[in-house]
Every structure is written in C-alpha cells, then in structure tokens.
Design a protein around this ligand. Structure first.
Ligand SMILES: O=C(O)CCC(=O)C(=O)O
Ligand SMILES: [Fe+2]
Length: 357
C-alpha cells in the first residue's frame, strides 16, 4: 500500500482553511474530497416508533426500584442497536459547558495557533486528521484534535492547547467527571446478560481513554463531501457529545442510514469492536458516519474507552452461549495495529475476525 505507516496519519490540508476558500455553491472542491456515496444512499431523518434510538437513563439503572427494567432496555439497546442515548448521566452541566466552550474557542483560533499542536509523524495525537493511510485515499471534510486523556501518565502535554487558557483544565475536569460512567455501564451490561460484572470490569479497569474533538466546516455542496467516513469504533465504548447542537451523525440500521441527534446534555453512547468480540457478538459495534451541514459548522467530542493494553481480545466464556465461539482471539495491540495498516475497503474490522459458523 502506497505510503502506509505503522501508526499516525499522512499530512493533509487543513479542511477549515480549505472550506473558507471554496465556500460558494459552485466552487471547485478538490477531487480528493468528492464522495459520491454521501448522497447515493438512503437516509432516514425522522425516525419514530421502532426506529427511535433507545434512551437509557443512568439514574434508573442505579435505582433499585427501576434497575431491572432499565437493564432490559440496556441489553436490547446493545444487542439490536449498538447505540443509545444516555440521559441523567450525572456529569455536571458546568463541566460539559466549559468543555464545549473551550472546544469551540480552540477551533475558532487562527490556523497558525492551532498548528502549534499539529500531529507528529507516526503519532495519532494532536491537531490534524485521523486515518489517512495513502496518497490516493479519499479525504474527510473535518479537522480533529485527538488527545490521550487517561491515565494521566499517557498525556502528552505538547498536544494539549494552552489557548484558550482554560482548555487543559476543562479537559481534565471532563475526564475526571466521566471516569466512572463507562465502568458503570460495563457493569450493567454484564449484569443485563447474566454475566458477572467483573467479567468486563477487569478488562477495562485501567481505563485508557482518548478524546477526539472534531470540527466539521460547513460546505455549500454538503451532499458531495463526507465529514467522517463510515467506520466502527475500535475500543470498548464511545461516549459522544455534540458540542454545538448541529446534527450530523448517522448510524447504519437495517441497511439504511439513520440520523441521530442527542437532546441537550445527553451522550450518544455506542459499542465498539472490542466489546462486540468480548461479548461474542451479543453486543454490536455498528457502522456510523458524520455528514456535513451546508450552512453551519458542526463540532463533536468522542470519548473512547479502551481495554487494558495487555489483554487478548477473545469472546468471554460468560457471553458464549451454546459453546459457539464466533470470533478468533487477537492480542489487543495487534488489533490496534491493524487499524493503522489495513484499509478494509468497506469491510468491518470485526468481520475479519469472525469464525465460520
Ligand atoms: O462526530 C460525530 O458525530 C461522530 C464521531 C465519531 O464517530 C468518531 O469520532 O469516531
Ligand atoms: Fe466513531
């Protein structure tokens, strides 16, 4: 593969700056950003009834009176959707508001200021783009700032912006306040299928977490470009925050794209590949993408929860019903390496690990 790297992205133009140049209705958009699939597949915008994304209430999960009922909903959400909205999650409004403000402020700074945090070769962290493997690969209409936020010794402060001045503090507070959320969800997910809570908790207890903040510039020809290519998330669980209330996330449901939007203050939670394998396919890691708004910029922040680095990802015995193991085992490090060396051409990563039934 031309230009392949072990990790990190090839450098590509800054999209926010590009969008400012080609912002007319007929302006030429460079060929590498033209994505026919952005408008060629069916999208459902007003979903209702069975097509409404499940809403999980953390307060209800934690309350002895309602926990069992909410656990049933959680199980069904993880099995059939792989996505759910998480409400009453307990992360203070102020912590979320501060993070949102600072992310907006960061991306609205001059390019030269943001470039001080540019990704280095062979590193994913910093300001730039994710997953650009080759010179001829189509490109997404977005810029990103990716940081390891936990554990604290994984932080590389070279990439942590000092402007806006409160940014580091806001990310740190957000990281602390979300710390127990995913573990709590893992615990209930295990309980929901009759497995011991430790079965998942033990694998995620060190909680490596990364925060990917994305800036999707508007594009007058939004139907020609793609904000974030279809993908599934590699880790265990992702908690997504929509920063400025502009819709753009779409998830694959029964072969169609479904627009998903979080009401103010809710998280959009989704199962990642690692959890699909650990749960022997009981929980689904679902393909999703982000599209572009013609008039408004969109910002989001995805908090990825990874398992401990030294584990082998393999279906957990408690999730294997009828003795049928559906995935082959792979060390977590090898699994992550694949992300940077393999172009899957539309195939899902977990599919490559599925055993023939
Ligand atoms: O921005 C979004 O809505 C989606 C982000 C996402 O899927 C990701 O960062 O993996
Ligand atoms: Fe994602």
């Amino acid at each position: 593969m031309a230009g392949a790297r072990s990790v990190g992205s090839l450098p590509v133009p800054n999209v926010q700056a590009l969008a400012e140049i080609c912002n007319g209705p007929d302006e030429h958009i460079p060929e590498r950003y033209i994505r026919p699939e952005a408008s060629s597949e069916e999208v459902i915008n007003n979903y209702q009834g069975d097509m409404a994304i499940p809403i999980i209430d953390l307060k209800k999960l934690l309350s002895p009176q309602s926990s069992e009922e909410e656990c049933v909903k959680l199980r069904s959400a993880c099995q059939y959707w792989g996505f759910f909205l998480l409400i009453n999650h307990g992360v203070p409004d102020e912590v979320i508001a501060n993070l949102k403000r600072d992310i907006v402020d960061f991306f609205s700074q001059p390019l030269d200021t943001k470039k001080e945090y540019t990704q280095l070769p062979n590193s994913l962290e910093g300001y730039g783009q994710s997953f650009v493997f080759s010179e001829d690969q189509k490109l997404d209409w977005a810029d990103m700032l990716y940081l390891h936020v936990h554990p604290s010794d994984s932080r590389d402060l070279r990439f942590w912006p000092t402007s806006p001045a409160s940014f580091r503090q806001s990310i740190d507070a957000y990281s602390s306040e979300t710390k127990s959320l995913a573990l709590c969800l893992f615990e209930f997910m295990a309980k929901a299928v009759g497995a011991k809570p430790e079965s998942l908790l033990d694998l995620f207890e060190e909680q490596p977490r990364g925060l990917r903040m994305a800036y999707y510039p508007p594009c007058r020809q939004a139907d020609k470009v793609m904000g974030l290519s279809p993908h599934s998330d590699a880790g265990g669980l992702t908690l997504l925050l929509e920063i400025n209330d502009v819709q753009g996330l779409q998830i694959k449901k029964d072969g169609k794209w479904l627009s998903v939007h979080a009401p103010n203050g809710a998280f959009i939670a989704n199962i990642g590949d690692t959890l699909e394998i650990l749960s022997n396919g009981m929980f689904r890691s679902v393909e999703h993408r982000a599209v572009i708004n013609p008039n408004k910029e969109r910002l989001s922040a995805a908090l990825f929860h990874y398992p401990c680095e030294n584990i082998v990802i393999s279906p957990l015995p408690e999730f294997v019903k009828d003795g049928k193991v559906k995935y082959r085992s792979i060390s977590y490090l090898d699994f992550m390496k694949q992300i940077f060396t393999q172009q899957l051409d539309g195939k899902s990563r977990v599919d490559t690990l599925k055993l023939d039934q």
